[in-house]
Write a new protein. Sequence first.
Length: 69
Amino acid sequence: MKELALGDKPHIDLCDLMKVTDLCDSGGAAKHIIAAGEVKVDGAVELRKRCKIRSGQVVEYKGQKVKVV
C-alpha cells in the first residue's frame, strides 16, 4: 500500500490524488475513471471527482491502495 502525506493541507481532491500517486496518467483520466465507478474510498464506490480525501482515508483502484496520512 502506498502512502500519501498531506503535509500542511487539510485534504486533497480525489482526482488530484489519483494523478499524483500515479494511479492514472492524468487528471482527465482520473475524472473518467471516478465517474465510471471504478474507484473506492474506504471500501465504498465514490463517484464525486472532487471528493475531499483526508488523513486516515484509503483510496483503492484496480487492487492498488493509497493511504492518506
